[in-house]
Design a protein around this ligand. Sequence first.
Ligand SMILES: C[S@@+](CC[C@H](N)C(=O)[O-])C[C@H]1O[C@@H](n2cnc3c(N)ncnc32)[C@H](O)[C@@H]1O
Length: 272
Amino acid sequence: MIKNEQVEIEILLEAIYRKYGYDFRNYAKASLHRRINVLLKSHDLQHVSDLIPKIFQDDDFIHDILQAFSITVTEMFRDPEVYLSMRENVIPYLRTYPYLKVWHAGCATGEEVYSSAILLKEENLYDKSTIYATDFNLKALKSAKEGIFNVKNMKKYSENYYLAGGKKSLSEYYHSSYNAVIMDSKLKENIVFAHHNLSSDNVFSETHLIMCRNVMIYFNQELQNRVLQLFTESLKTNGFLIIGNRESIDFSSVEKDYIVVDKKNRIFQKKK
Ligand SMILES: C[S@@+](CC[C@H](N)C(=O)[O-])C[C@H]1O[C@@H](n2cnc3c(N)ncnc32)[C@H](O)[C@@H]1O
């Protein structure tokens, strides 16, 4: 027999989808359970079914749901070796194009976006690039657009930057103000921040590079496959896809469409 709680979760997710169009029905079960428990605790509620009336009675509740269901943990130059490999394996190809479109899908609060903006600057590619930074969490997107980060994270980010092959001092790309740092406005000039939902929206744009790291890990295989198909349609021939180091394309219907450029760092190139 299916446990009551599982039925309640299915009804909750269906209600969220029908009322607001946000589709969490294909998110990975274990992570959803944890996130729903966080939501229950923060509203001092006991049962999943207690959340269902709130979906219909409180229009602001969707913001709490999005905050609880979207995990925005990120850092600048996260997994520095990925950026080092990009410099070596991806940048030489990108140099051959007259213009570049880069898509960061699931950009959270933007640390990864500013990292690739810095990398493109240092490789003299920034001026011909447009970076699309998307997420479905509007609060995270707002922070990303502001580009204001906590000063206490900068030591770790600077270490990452050096390990990523950084050519200057990371502090050249931001201004300090009290407990915060503000990313240099020049880095923002070619970045477009936009709402995009990977579980329901369509192809984004004809891109040369897509980075979507640590996002699909929260999806079940069906949704991961949908998203990978979306990326494959969005990429130009010879374009690059970079996913998180706990993510894979091996199981998917698009695996055959890619050459493995760097297995460890999950960098793939779309075949002709
Ligand atoms: C852990 S963060 C990853 C941030 C960054 N890519 C990194 O690796 O550091 C995951 C992000 O995916 C976003 N996300 C989750 N589901 C999404 C969806 N269906 N559409 C768009 N973004 C989504 C979340 O809002 C969150 O900001």
